[in-house]
Design a protein around this ligand. Sequence first.
Ligand SMILES: [Fe+2]
Length: 220
Amino acid sequence: MINDINEISPDLVVITGDLTDFGYVFEYEEAKRYIDEIECERKVVVPGNHDARNLGYLLFEEFFGKRLKTLKYKNITVVGVDSSEPDIDEGHIGREKYEYIEESFNGENFKIFALHHHLLPVPMCGRERNVPVDAGDVLELLDRLKVDLVLCGHRHVPWVWRLNNMIILNAGTTCTNRTKGRIGRSYNLIELDEGMRIYRISPTGERNMVIDEKRRMEVR
Ligand SMILES: [Fe+2]
């Protein structure tokens, strides 16, 4: 996967969490070693529920920087938030972060919001759980701010929803064998220019287009 990504040579890499199993320091060290092998200057990494276990949220900041962050590149703004809470699996963004999110997304940029937990239920997951407890308010906020793309993970199921004008893209899992049924492993490749194309890529290199559309904002 790392070799394939390096071959693609992306402008931005977003990793939506669960870098570790229990948030231990040796796990963070190993995750950091792998992520450092991805040859990209601009990485947005946010923690998942596993990473917040056992004081892992403190180690996360040591290894990957702030848990709430903004990256601007060309006319793209990426806002990454920590949706985890220590030692529980439930998701939560928290209203104290809404103002930061709003300020970070000001202006007419192509807007990407990244978090670990799935903001909408994902199929093939059995009984629904761990959608952030404030998902409704966060979706309203993102919609109002004209966010173009939401990147999330957690459920190990690749999926895409369109909600109003937002694309909500759930990543599958790339590096764990914890795949459901025969869904298999994957990561997403997003191409932005005058439109947006999203491909789902498997470890064997198989590439499936899942989105191909014009967006309101051209990325220059
Ligand atoms: Fe998770």
